[in-house]
Design a protein around this ligand. Structure first.
Ligand SMILES: Nc1ncnc2c1ncn2[C@@H]1O[C@H](COP(=O)(O)OP(=O)(O)OP(=O)(O)O)[C@@H](O)[C@H]1O
Length: 243
């Protein structure tokens, strides 16, 4: 891969909290415009990694480049849009007002603001409920709004921490479709505990365990390498669980 083809490059990333080493030297590259998954058991370091990439965790060792820039710089330039796992809309605002609020932060001019908003409304797909205060929304509706907010600004890198966690089947399917439809337009980095989802969405993945990468490649490559039937089995074998 040439430099131009790489969206994110991580070299020997280490992060400690107190005296606990949470990330123990991660190295990986994410090509532009793919969907890249970070998977691993609870506490493996997925959210910590995503927070470093999003420019939220500023102190770490190693080198992280987003389109050639340190994450904080890339964030300042509006290259990154990040949806934390516990992202919630402002509940006193309507869905539309929430989108307007976020669009204003990213838009360089009025035309771009309108463009982002139009895209956000389309992605959120909430019909007339977009005019209701979000405190009246279901969990799935809130999530869709947050995904719309994250993706509508056409970031160069969208970071989604567990986009479908705690959603019912129908809401998850809708969100997966949304993400899939953005494929090729932007680089998407997501974490998930749902291996079917990861197999469906992700072009490439890294599997983290105790802050280390224990497998990487396409889902198919990992499955084949471990001689198992699917990614869920690969996950269990690689992390030492039982099938
Ligand atoms: N601010 C913090 N201070 C201290 N320890 C932290 C902090 N943030 C995370 N940790 C610890 O770092 C480890 C990795 O956490 P992280 O949230 O990155 O894992 P994860 O893979 O996203 O887990 P999950 O699947 O449960 O969301 C955990 O042991 C967690 O307790």
């Amino acid at each position: 891969m040439t430099m131009e083809e790489i969206a994110v490059s991580v070299t020997n990333l280490r992060k400690t909290f107190g005296n606990k080493e949470i990330l123990k030297g991660l190295t990986f590259k994410v090509p532009k415009n793919i969907i890249f998954g970070i998977i691993g058991p609870n506490g493996a370091g997925k959210t910590t990694t995503l927070r470093v990439l999003a420019g939220i965790i500023r102190h770490y060792q190693g080198e992280v480049k987003i389109l050639g820039l340190p994450p904080t710089k890339a964030r300042e330039k509006g290259y990154i849009s990040y949806m934390p796992e516990d992202a919630f809309p402002y509940d006193r605002l309507t869905g539309l007002e929430n989108l307007e609020f976020y669009a204003k932060i990213y838009a360089k001019n009025k035309d771009e603001f309108e463009e982002f908003l139009e895209k956000g409304i389309k992605i959120a797909d909430l019909g007339d409920r977009i005019y209701d205060k979000t405190q009246e929304y279901s969990r799935g509706m809130k999530r869709r709004l947050m995904i719309a907010r994250t993706l509508m600004v056409m970031p160069k890198v969208a970071i989604l921490d567990e986009p479908t966690s705690a959603l019912d089947v129908e809401s998850s399917v809708k969100i997966r479709k949304l993400i899939r439809e953005m494929k090729g337009e932007t680089t998407i980095i997501l974490s998930s505990h749902n291996m079917l989802e990861v197999e469906y969405l992700c072009d490439e993945i890294v599997l983290l365990n105790h802050g280390e990468i224990i497998a990487s490649g396409t889902p198919k490559e990992i499955v084949n390498k471990l001689g198992v039937k699917n990614l869920e089995e690969a996950f269990l074998v690689a992390t030492g669980g039982k099938i």
